[in-house]
Design a protein around this ligand. Structure first.
Ligand code: GCU
Length: 339
């Protein structure tokens, strides 16, 4: 009931927003995401908006809705599936519930380094078949965005996986994440990003896990004072678009949209490192967050069995997994991979 009510409110809002946008007979393109306006993702989307409106401004009015204004990530993926909105930036973590091919990028310690992660996500031969395979679910992925490395942040310091025992840790809503927390020994508490601050404050949860930006952009560093670099995941954010909308674009326009997706990715990823540095500085100096550097191998040992479990349950992931390992080995040996 609550969910239907929420969706009705969102649809009501869209009608109001839409009425303003469509009066010039332009097709309004609505893009939702859950970050604040200073976040690299919003900055990238504004660059996308500018690019599309420069090239196709007589036809399209691109509107970017930050801060879960149109609903949580799960709600807005649903709205994208039905075509009520056109695009949403969704964490790969929740996409696995819509198509289980996305389980692959939710595996902990899948990538050896940020270089490995980026090389895999930029490998078109590997990514394009995945991104275009979800038409049945009503959407297509058009580009990926950096969401950094995820680590635990908690009210008490985490130095070893044993410190997680019995702690209630917020995870994103996806089966792989819940299982990962189980293997770590903590109690997984799945919820959407917007609910985490209050849950931390009220003691519903003892901690969460995310990249460093969440300490400042969602202000979690006000409540939680220990960030422990176990670096268990690099989960990309993915821009997904409604399949009907994308397939209905004339070829020339689709080409311009494709260029726009590249602009988005370049601007978002270009702004990432500096944003992380700024967040760390602010968290440390203004919020008194302490950064801890534990022995990562202890954490890794706890959750590596999840790779085998997932590959067994979802065997179509095996060739993708093998290719990811191969790219990792090539990077280690210093061989460039530009396939
Ligand atoms: C990151 C990611 C978001 C995601 C969030 C979360 O901030 O960029 O897409 O929603 O983590 O933990 O929910």
């Amino acid at each position: 009931m609550k969910r239907i009510f929420k969706l009705l409110i969102i649809l009501g809002c869209l009608l109001v927003f839409g009425a303003c946008g469509e009066k010039e007979n332009k097709r309004v393109i609505r893009i939702a995401h859950n970050q604040i306006q200073e976040h690299p993702t919003h900055i990238g989307l504004v660059a996308f908006e500018k690019f599309i409106e420069e090239k196709l401004g007589d036809k399209y009015d691109v509107q970017v809705f930050p801060n879960e204004l149109l609903g949580s990530q799960i709600n807005t993926v649903e709205l994208t599936q039905t075509g009520a909105i056109d695009f949403v930036v969704a964490s790969n973590a929740i996409l696995e519930s819509f198509d289980n091919i996305y389980q692959i990028f939710n595996l902990p310690y899948l990538f050896n380094s940020p270089e490995h992660y980026q090389a895999v996500m930029d490998n078109e031969g590997l990514i394009t078949p995945i991104f275009t395979s979800t038409e049945k679910a009503g959407f297509e992925a058009v580009t990926w965005l950096n969401a950094g490395q995820r680590s635990f942040y908690t009210k008490k310091p985490i130095n070893t996986p044993e410190d997680l025992k019995g702690l209630k840790i917020r995870v994103q809503q996806g089966a792989t994440n819940i299982r990962m927390m189980e293997l770590f020994g903590g109690a997984a508490t799945p919820m959407g990003l917007a609910e985490v601050y209050t849950a931390l404050q009220q003691g519903v949860i003892d901690g969460a896990e995310n990249n460093e930006l969440s300490l400042t952009t969602t202000k979690h560093g006000e409540v939680v004072k220990f960030y422990s670099y176990d670096m268990h995941q690099m989960v990309p954010d993915i821009l997904i678009g409604n399949s009907k909308f994308l397939n209905g674009l004339p070829a020339q326009e689709r080409e311009i949209f494709n260029q726009g997706f590249k602009v988005l990715s370049k601007v978002q990823r270009g702004a990432w490192e500096a944003s992380v540095e700024k967040a760390k500085h602010q968290a440390k100096n203004e919020m008194n967050v302490q950064f801890i550097y534990p022995d990562v191998s202890l954490f890794k040992a706890k959750v590596l069995p999840l790779h085998g479990e997932v590959l067994k349950a979802n065997p179509k992931l095996k060739p993708i997994y093998d290719k990811i390992q191969e790219i990792g080995a090539m990077i280690k040996e210093g061989i460039t991979n530009d396939e």
